[in-house]
Ligand binder design. Sequence first.
Ligand code: DX5
Ligand code: ZN
Length: 219
Amino acid sequence: MKKIKISPSILSADFSQLGNEIQRLEKGGADLIHIDVMDGHFVPNLTIGPPIIKKLRNHTKLPFDVHLMISPVHKYIKDFAEAGADIITIHPEATKDLNNSIKHIREFNKKVGVSLNPDTNINIINDHLKQIDLVLIMSVYPGFGGQKFIPDVLNKIKELTSIKKDNNYKFDIEVDGGINFSNYKSVIEAGANILVSGTTIFKENQGDVKKNIKILKTI
Ligand code: DX5
Ligand code: ZN
């Protein structure tokens, strides 16, 4: 039976209480903490950077699943690695040399993730699949929480799952954006093993994160 991991996005958390919110997620059964970093340039929104991640680091033992929606991204990898990121996920469009950026993340002994936007094809990362730990499939256009899931992405997840199986690759398939109680099962069936969710986890069932995380883990 495939183990499903939940990586709640703190973009939907109470930003005035981030330390407590992260502890609430840990107690609520989260497996990772998804931290959405936005620079107002790669995406039309601005969130948090290394200093805040550094402050949050001691609030939990859970891995920090850091999603860098910033460009250029290469020169900031060091800062996020030193701030306490465990997984550093970058967008191929945000670096001049994806291979070099992957190697740079490895230099800090961090897990490497590469993220594909809804209209970015898998083939642009084909040559890198054996050297990365995670593919983050975006099921919304990045920049904001609370957007609607794009169902066409299910075919991309299925395509990636068969490439992974055919080549015996080991990367995790994480899906991010608009995941809710009516679509999460189809995302898992398509091959995802990590689900990112912000709005559903923080807003459903009067914000009972423990209950919402449990539902998303139930297949
Ligand atoms: C969007 C972020 C997602 C988003 C998920 O750019 O990468 O992680 O916060 O939030 P929901 O689950 O609300 O779509
Ligand atoms: Zn994200």
